[in-house]
Design a protein around this ligand. Structure first.
Ligand code: FES
Length: 265
């Protein structure tokens, strides 16, 4: 999808990291060997977006995280790369936003598994509940709608991504509307991430199957092995005892024969 870039006349003139984030910048740069600081471009872009998201949440109307051109220029300066190299990365990945969006950016996965499991109904539910179409933002700045490609959670389809880090999976149109209402009340903490039907990670909806069976089969096998071990260990002990007995018997027979011989003499 072509990235949406805020026109130049609306871009802020400058960008600066907060004190706290300046420390973070140093920490991020330390992760890379000397001379390889350009590899820090992605985490630094992420840091900018998170900082803007925090500022945007307090603004009226609110807005979501995005990366101004001035911030990309600052990153280029920090890592010692031409500006174009930073622009290339920021415009390639859809997780980096180059224009302000709503405080809550709802990204609905529309790829085949999610589509087959009802992504189309989620889309309709969001559009009619928020009164906007895909690619638009509500007038109060609270919500944006976006369709994205597979986000790697197909097993719990259909799913959405909220802003940049949170996944909500196993969705129905009804649950989607509940989530929108909770977000409208700024109650993000009341929505658990992941499956919305209580599924444990990506385990089958009916509970564990294959691994459970493997576990059950292994138990008797383990018992047998234990018994074998014990019997092979005990066997030599018995043998030794038997040997000892025979030796004692032999010695006794030898003794009595020599005694009898002496008596005869
Ligand atoms: S198809 Fe939706 S997460 Fe993969």
């Amino acid at each position: 999808m072509k990235p949406h870039i805020l026109p130049e006349q609306y871009q802020p003139d400058s960008f600066a990291f907060t004190r706290e984030n300046e420390k973070q910048v140093k920490e991020i740069l330390k992760r890379y060997p000397k001379g390889k600081q350009k590899s820090a471009v992605m985490p630094l872009l992420d840091l900018v977006q998170k900082q803007v998201e925090v500022e945007g949440a307090q603004a009226t109307p609110p807005y979501g995280g995005w990366i101004p051109t001035a911030a990309m220029d600052l990153i280029a300066e920090i890592i010692g790369e031409p500006k174009i190299k930073v622009y290339e990365v920021a415009t390639f990945y859809s997780m980096y936003k180059l224009a302000p969006l709503g405080k809550y950016n709802i990204q609905i996965c529309g790829t085949t598994p999610c589509w087959l499991r009802g992504a189309g109904d989620l889309k309709k539910a969001c559009e009619s509940h928020l009164g906007i179409k895909m690619g638009e933002t509500t007038s109060d700045g609270m919500f944006s709608l976006e369709e994205v490609e597979c986000l790697g959670a197909c097993v719990n389809a259909p799913m959405i991504q909220l802003n940049k880090d949170d996944y909500f999976e196993d969705l129905t149109p009804e649950r989607m509307i509940e989530i929108l209402d909770l977000l409208a009340e700024n109650r993000r903490e009341d929505i658990p991430v992941g499956s919305q039907v209580g599924r444990n990670c990506s385990v089958a909806i009916t509970g564990p199957t294959t691994l459970k069976q493997v576990g059950e089969k292994k138990k008797p096998a383990a018992k047998k092995a234990a018994t074998k071990k014990t019997s092979t260990k005990k066997a030599p002990a018995k043998k030794t005892a038997a040997k000892k007995k025979t030796t004692v018997k032999k010695a006794a027979t030898k003794k009595s024969t020599s005694k009898a011989k002496a008596a005869k003499k």
